[in-house]
Structures are given as structure tokens and as C-alpha cells.
Write a protein that binds this ligand. Structure first.
Ligand SMILES: NC(=O)c1ccc[n+]([C@@H]2O[C@H](COP(=O)([O-])OP(=O)(O)OC[C@H]3O[C@@H](n4cnc5c(N)ncnc54)[C@H](OP(=O)(O)O)[C@@H]3O)[C@@H](O)[C@H]2O)c1
Length: 297
């Protein structure tokens, strides 16, 4: 391991240890199942939950482990049905898979037809569309830009608005928006995605404030690189990659406690460095250089 990498690990561990101690001083303890279900159950919606390796399925697994029933939404029909069956068999919860294109302007009635009779205590907005060939902003065709806005911005807004209102009316609930470190500042070679993720972050943070007195908790998750995409991330330094389980665990543990989760020590350290130790311009340049390396540009 290089000297720089070692310092990064040490500093990251120190940040994490400090954060852990701070949480202990605040009296941070994990919520028990009964309290969790009372607040965020008996049903949760998780979007983008079809891929076995994905964060959405990770959320679904841990929520099922809390005995919460699930409405799983994704555009991938076969995989979604397979995930639903796995969860039913392993956790003995009710699971309703809903195959939907969340980029369509008229998707809502199809979803509410399934959820109208259910008490939805948690919404996890996790689905995303991106162009895997990672073109620059101007090289990406306009139709893809617009499709991404429909899925990543319009889709999130529709879900948050609809289920947020229901939760306020029922007097409890949680809304979790899965944004990204890419939403914290400009991220070259994935600029449209970065802009969509910034939209989700701002929507969630503002809503968090607006719902503070309502017993509806809002939390934005900004993961860094997470092992969900096979070998697509192989060119990045492995130390930057997190597994799905700890990302999901840290996020659910902070629901109702924070408005933003930057998961894991390394992501926390990078977040601290890019917001406190360097100018915004430098942060964008460093991120662009890292992306160029990771994407072999
Ligand atoms: N993995 C990372 O390194 C990372 C880092 C930061 C943030 N995140 C965020 O974490 C979340 C989950 O990412 P992931 O890596 O776990 O990805 P993932 O498993 O690919 O999850 C996204 C799911 O959304 C589906 N989807 C796409 N368009 C849709 C549409 N119009 N309607 C319904 N579903 C649609 C995708 O289907 P298709 O695959 O067929 O498009 C996919 O199944 C995303 O919001 C992502 O931005 C991930």
C-alpha cells in the first residue's frame, strides 16, 4: 500500500472513530425492531430493487430483516420477481413487486393502485438511470439528458410528493433519497448524473427541514463508489469501494437522527477534504482526474 493511501486509511479510521465516539456521547443506540416497525412500517416502498448486487435490494433485505413488508419497484421484470420471491422465502414478509418505468409521466396511478390500501411507513427512492458509456455533457444526446431528468428528478419528485403527503396525514414515516457523492459537487464525465444527484440532495435536505415537526423523517444518502456494478469500478483504487451491507446499515441506523449520511470512513474523509481542505474548484478538478482514471478517459 502506498504512503498516501496509508495516510488516507489512517485519517479515515480516525474520522470514523471520532464520529462513533460522538454518536455514543449523543446516546446513539440502534432502534429495536418494534420501534422501527411502528415508525417506518408496516410497509416500505423501495425503488430500483431488482438487481441482486444493487443498493435497492440491500435496503429491501435489511428492511425485511426488521419485519417490514415491501413494495419493490423496478423496470426489470424478471429480476424483480426473483428478488420478491427470495425475500418472501427468507424473511417471511409480504412482498409486492411492481414493474414500472418511473421515467414515464403517467406512472403514478399504476403504483398507487397497489399501495392505496397499504400503510406505507417508508419510501426509499433509489432507482437511477445513467448512460454507462459516460459521455461528456455535450457528447451525450439530448434525449438521454431528458430521460435522465425524467427518471432521476421528475420520478423522485413524484414519489416524494405523493408518499410524503400520505405520511404527514398518517402521522409517521420516513423518506430516504439515495443521492451520491457526485451530487455534492460537479463530477466530470458523469455531469448529467451529478446534476440529477444534486437535485435529489437539495430536494431531500429542504424537505427534511420542512417536515421536522411532522414525525416524518427525511434522510439523504450520498454513497461513494459502492460494489454494485460488477467489474465496472475495477480501475478505481479498491480502498474507495464500499460493500452494500455497511452502506445500508449505517443509513438505516441514522434514519430520524440525521439529514445526510456520508457512509464509511473514507467517504467521510473525502467529503471533509473536498469541503474544508480545498477550494470547490480544486475539488472538481481532483474528482475529474479520479473519474478520468477510473473510466480510462
Ligand atoms: N453503486 C455506486 O457506486 C453508487 C454510488 C453513488 C450513488 N449510487 C446510487 O445508489 C442507487 C442505486 O445504485 P446501484 O448501483 O445499486 O444501481 P442499480 O442496482 O443499477 O439500481 C438502479 C435500478 O433502477 C432501475 N431503473 C432504471 N431506470 C428505471 C426506470 N425508468 N424505472 C424503474 N427503474 C429503473 C435500474 O434498471 P436498469 O439497470 O435496467 O437501468 C436498476 O435496476 C442509485 O440511485 C445510484 O445513483 C450508487
Amino acid at each position: 500500500m502506498g504512503k498516501q493511501l496509508k495516510s488516507l486509511v489512517l485519517a479515515g479510521t480516525a474520522v470514523s472513530a471520532g464520529f462513533y465516539l460522538w454518536q455514543q456521547l449523543q446516546g446513539h443506540t440502534e432502534m429495536d425492531h418494534t420501534t422501527f416497525v411502528k415508525k417506518y412500517g408496516p410497509w416500505a416502498i423501495v425503488t430500483g430493487a431488482a438487481r441482486e448486487e444493487g443498493l435497492g435490494y440491500g435496503f429491501a433485505r435489511q428492511l425485511a430483516g426488521h419485519h417490514i413488508n415491501l413494495v419493490l419497484v423496478d423496470i426489470r421484470a424478471d429480476e424483480l420477481e426473483a428478488r420478491a420471491q427470495e425475500l418472501r422465502e427468507r424473511y417471511h414478509v409480504n412482498v409486492k413487486p411492481v414493474v414500472l418505468d418511473l421515467g414515464r409521466p403517467d406512472f403514478l396511478p399504476q403504483l398507487t393502485a397497489v399501495t392505496d390500501d397499504l400503510e406505507i411507513g417508508l419510501l426509499v427512492c433509489n432507482h437511477m438511470l445513467l448512460d454507462e458509456s459516460t459521455p461528456t455533457i455535450l457528447d451525450m444526446d439530448l434525449a438521454t439528458h431528458h430521460a435522465m431528468i425524467d427518471v432521476n428528478a421528475r420520478g423522485y419528485t413524484t414519489l416524494v410528493h405523493t408518499y410524503g403527503r400520505k405520511m404527514v396525514a398518517q402521522g409517521h414515516g420516513g423518506i430516504l433519497l439515495v443521492s451520491s457523492q457526485a451530487g455534492l459537487h460537479g463530477t466530470p464525465y458523469t455531469g448529467a448524473y451529478s446534476a440529477n444527484k444534486a437535485f435529489q440532495l437539495m430536494l431531500g435536505e429542504s424537505l427534511w427541514y420542512e417536515l421536522r415537526q411532522s414525525n416524518v423523517d427525511v434522510l439523504v444518502l450520498t454513497p461513494g463508489l459502492t460494489r454494485t456494478q460488477g467489474d465496472n469500478l475495477d480501475n478505481y483504487p479498491p480502498i474507495l469501494l464500499m460493500d452494500v451491507e455497511p452502506v445500508v446499515r449505517e443509513t438505516l441506523a441514522n434514519l430520524g437522527r440525521q439529514h445526510l449520511v456520508v457512509p464509511g470512513p473514507i467517504n467521510k474523509l473525502i467529503h471533509f477534504a473536498t469541503t474544508h481542505l480545498m477550494s470547490r474548484e480544486k475539488a472538481i478538478i481532483s474528482t475529474g482526474d479520479l473519474m478520468a482514471r477510473g473510466l480510462s478517459k
